[in-house]
Design a protein around this ligand. Sequence first.
Ligand code: UD1
Ligand code: CA
Length: 461
Amino acid sequence: MQASAIVLAAGEGTRMRSSLSKVAHQILGVPMVRFVVDSVHAAGIARVVTVVGHHAEAVSAIVSDTEIAHQERRLGTGDAVSRAREAFAGVDGCVVVLAGDVPLIRAETIRTLVDAYESSETACVMLTARFADPDGYGRVVRGPLGRVAAIVEHRDLRPDQGWIDECNVGVYCFDVHELFDRVARLEPANTQGELYLTDVIGMLVADGLEVDAIETAEPEECLGVNTRVQLAHASRIMQRRINLSHMLSGVTMTDPDLAWVSPGVTLARDVVLEPMTFLVGDATVGEGAVIGPSTRIENGKVGSGATVERSVVCDAVIGDRATVGPNAYLRPGTVLAAGSKVGSFVEVKNSTIGEGSKVPHLSYVGDATIGHDTNVGAGSITCNYDGFEKHTTVIGDGAFIGSDTMLVAPVNVGDGAMTGAGSVISKDVPPGALGIERSEQRNIEGFVERREAHGPDERKA
Ligand code: UD1
Ligand code: CA
């Protein structure tokens, strides 16, 4: 049987106190609802309908690989599900319904739920958990024979139901027809005046159908995120889950609580992540590379044996054995060839630095191509912007750029050429030549002695 899924993501998330939709809040650089959709897909469910409402456009963009249904007014989780009805016209089988605010849910768990549904004769199998603090969760009320009878929301619990610790985690597998038939008949008979999806359970049972519950062995994966405190808690759990899997695959983390690695990041064996390291987006790190301490890498590639210390790297490619930092800033379009070096307080943007070339200290390299085995002296800068447009600098192989050279682009420095320290180079330097732009130095003999003899008053005169 082919399962599909509905992800509920229309709520405002008032408890987040945010101008952002709750499900757009990020965990390790990834919006919460993205984790949910990815887990559903990983469970083998291809068809996903996301119900959006609050900040519909922003949320739709996050889950653009799903079908979108709109809930205009936030009338409750039951109403949200009914907004997906059209998308299921003519569809049979089962549908997994889950909220966009359970980012830790694992694909295996969704799969288990669907398998349990398929091997049973029930109208719904729901996932439950027992939490140390069940506050805020709906509770599972069971009948005299121990079968699921209904779900009662936390705020609607009667005093004699307060002891129930089996919680509804908001993840269900329903028969499509039974589900849409019931959500169409929901009534807002509760303290919030909302149409509760959870009431569908009681309705199914009242109609003589069966509902099963599977209790998760790992309650933390069912954590619903309603507040920023829960967001931080979920982030910590996700961080540990991801780090554990990297460590077991051969990555060293000096302090795993101080390494943040996004789910899309690939780390090879023997990578070392020092403390305060953030690897986010689509980043790949090669074998034996050492990252950190205090480094942020967003997208891009780090080659094997490279080191990146105390630096910020964004959409850059760092070659094998290249060294970066401490305190470098590699911006989009940076390509460092194998064995090259970008040292301390160096910023590089949209530039290629050739094999074995070095920019060791205090430089800005923008819109430049630097050949192999070239040395760029301390304090040198490519003046790539004339106030209107950006221009390129091309430096050949084996060149030597003297310290504090200003390369006024567009400009070329040929293979094996040199520039004199302190020069403002605005004309091309041919291969093998020295480009020097500097007024001649004058030495005034005996100056210091004379100045001391005359004293400060005379100096003024
Ligand atoms: C819900 C369940 C509760 C369960 C808990 C698990 C209901 C009535 N209650 O409560 O039993 O223990 O999840 O985390 O279902 N949403 C919409 N449209 C709406 C309202 C909500 O799309 O009109 C979406 C929200 O964006 C959210 C999800 O539904 O992703 C759940 O809504 P939320 O308000 O967080 O429900 P809970 O109070 O947590
Ligand atoms: Ca919730």
